[in-house]
Design a protein around this ligand. Structure first.
Ligand SMILES: Nc1ncnc2c1ncn2[C@@H]1O[C@H](COP(=O)(O)OP(=O)(O)OP(=O)(O)O)[C@@H](O)[C@H]1O
Ligand SMILES: [Mg+2]
Length: 549
């Protein structure tokens, strides 16, 4: 009987549309697990500082070189629904804590690989899921227990944490310098709300410009716009800026429909132009009248308006991104003006300085000393576009990691140390559980050891030997023993200053287990045939009936 058919009496009942593919039961589970393993396999080699980078070419031929898990998955353009689920998990990890995306996918893949072994031993997926969930809870408990509290004023430690997160990226050589910038930036925007520390990373704008080197990356006290002042007659620098922030054009709006204008004499033409000019002049005068000396506009600024603005000594910039306009509003306290007629003195934003400066080949506009001192920009410099792009990803990861540790100020050592410690505790814990759940918890313990194993492998060590030795060391109480990938040996990772927020570790475990459980729960995959393929077929056979009803 074909998939999607049932038989009632002698009449077959068609349930699923023709062309639907269906796999069920163990076959479906094993297929899904295989997909997850393939994705994890692809990611594994980029884990850790000795991990490799991936070169991704999108359908437009644009090249990205990265070892950032979330970026690799985003660009991979996967097809299978299970692969898509893993991409979602990595994205969620990225959104939640901003780091550990490679780990989460590698871990989810390994949890599923271990589950496969259990399924083959006739352990039902429901039991595996139960066991995994218990193991995860225990693992989180262990993380909390081993984590070491730090003080958020301890800049030295914060720098080490930022460095660990950047160590695995292309920018690692300049990690020291960039870590300092990242920590400074986060500390400047951190604030205490109801006795708790909070960090709003939206206060930190990231702007990048090719040229010079990563070491010329800097924090600017305020905002930077990748734009120029529109008119040569305008001032390039304005102190005590009063900023009018417009999201309407400084132009005479063209009518939506075509209109014909009969002009019969040069005088009429002149009068017409003069009228337009007059309207623009009035707009500019309105802006000048309330005391604005800077105009930042999301839309266009007409040449004539530019001329009038210049005459009034107003510095103007046009076609600023909407997201930047919103950030400027937050930074300077300006209210975004949608209609020039309604402009009011109260709408103006304030900054100590607005200045156009040359950066590399281009000019950029700096807005410094904003009313809100928490608005800052990290201006990333670097030799090539790919380098500044990867620097941006690494800096974003590091900003998030520092934010994480400020929100929950506890850390663990990396290099697989915390994972081996978790596995050790889980093995003890498993002994307290009944038969098959015990098996599942043991498999979970094996699965988390994929992190030290993979770090070892990427560093050219024998992964099995490394894990076995690490287990022994942890049993002896060396709780931070891990893989020193830079020197290719086992070491105390805490002493080596390889430090990570416990929040990232905990989130990786949570997300990986959720993903694995979700995938294990599926025992029936029903895939409709592709619309395009179907359409193609219909066109060929000349069928008239539409099947898209
Ligand atoms: N110097 C080091 N020695 C050993 N391990 C390190 C070192 N620095 C970082 N690690 C480890 O590398 C792993 C992180 O690697 P990586 O940053 O490539 O992946 P991720 O954080 O999981 O994902 P991504 O950063 O791509 O979102 C962590 O397990 C961390 O402990
Ligand atoms: Mg990382």
């Amino acid at each position: 009987m074909a998939a999607g058919q049932a038989v009632q009496g002698e009449v077959p009942v068609i349930i699923l549309r023709e062309g639907t593919q269906r796999t069920r039961g163990r076959e479906a589970q094993l297929n899904n697990i295989m997909v997850a393993k393939v994705i994890a396999e692809a990611m594994r080699s980029s884990l850790g500082p000795r991990g490799m980078d991936k070169m991704l070419v999108d359908s437009f031929g644009d090249v990205t070189i990265t070892s950032d898990g979330a970026t690799i998955l985003k660009e991979m353009d996967v097809e299978h629904p299970v692969a898509k689920m893993l991409v979602e998990v990595a994205k969620a990890q990225d959104a939640e804590v901003g780091d550990g995306t490679t780990s989460v996918v590698v871990l989810a893949g390994e949890l599923l690989a271990k589950a496969e072994e259990l399924i083959e031993k006739e352990v039902h997926p429901t039991i595996i899921i139960e066991g995994y969930k218990k193991a995860a809870l225990k693992a989180l408990e262990v993380c909390d227990k081993i984590a070491i509290p730090i003080s958020i004023t301890d800049k030295d430690t914060l720098k080490k944490i930022a460095k660990t997160s950047m160590a695995a990226k292309i920018v690692s050589e300049d990690a020291d310098y960039l870590a300092e910038i990242v920590v400074d930036a986060v500390l400047r925007v951190a604030e205490q709300v109801d006795g708790k520390w909070a960090v709003d990373l939206d206060n930190i704008k990231i702007e990048k410009k090719e040229g010079q080197s990563l070491r010329d990356t800097m924090i600017i006290d305020g905002m930077v716009l990748d734009k120029e002042v529109v008119h040569p007659g305008m001032p390039r620098i304005v102190h005590d800026a009063k900023i009018a922030l417009l999201d309407c054009p400084l132009e005479i709006e063209k009518t939506e429909f075509d209109a014909k204008l009969h002009i019969e004499s040069p005088e009429q033409m002149k009068a017409f132009m003069e009228q337009e000019e007059q309207m623009l002049k009035e707009m500019v005068e309105k802006i000048a009248a309330i005391g604005a000396n800077v105009v930042l506009c999301q839309k266009g600024i007409d040449d004539v308006a530019q001329h009038f603005l210049a005459r009034k000594g107003i510095l103007a910039v046009r076609r600023i991104k909407k997201s930047d306009i919103e950030k400027i509003a937050r930074a300077t306290g300006a209210r975004i003006i949608t209609r020039i007629e309604e402009i009011d003195e109260k709408d103006l934003g304030k900054a100590k300085l607005v200045e156009e400066r040359r950066v590399g080949e281009d000019k950029m506009v700096f807005i410094e000393g904003c009313e809100n001192p928490k608005s800052i920009t990290i201006l990333i410099r670097g030799g090539t576009k790919r380098l500044v792009d990867e620097a941006e990803r690494s800096i974003k990861d590091a900003l998030n990691v520092i934010k994480d540790v400020i929100v929950e100020n506890k850390i663990v050592a990396g290099g697989g140390a915390s994972e081996v410690e978790v596995a050790l505790a889980l093995r003890d814990y498993s002994k307290t559980l009944p038969g098959k759940e015990q098996l599942a918890v043991e498999k979970f313990a094996e699965a988390v050891e994929i992190i030290p194993a993979q770090l070892a492998e990427n560093a050219g060590l024998d992964p099995i030997e490394a894990v076995v030795t690490l287990r022994a060391k942890h049993k002896e109480g060396q709780k931070w023993a891990g893989v020193n990938v830079l020197e290719g040996k086992l070491d105390d990772m805490y002493k080596l200053n390889v430090l990570e927020p416990v929040l990232v570790k905990k989130q990786s475990i949570k997300s990986a287990v959720e993903a694995a459980a979700m995938i294990l729960k599926i025992d029936d995959v029903i895939a409709a045939s592709r619309l395009e393929e179907k359409k193609g077929k219909e066109e060929k056979t000349g069928e008239e009936e539409s099947s898209f009803e």
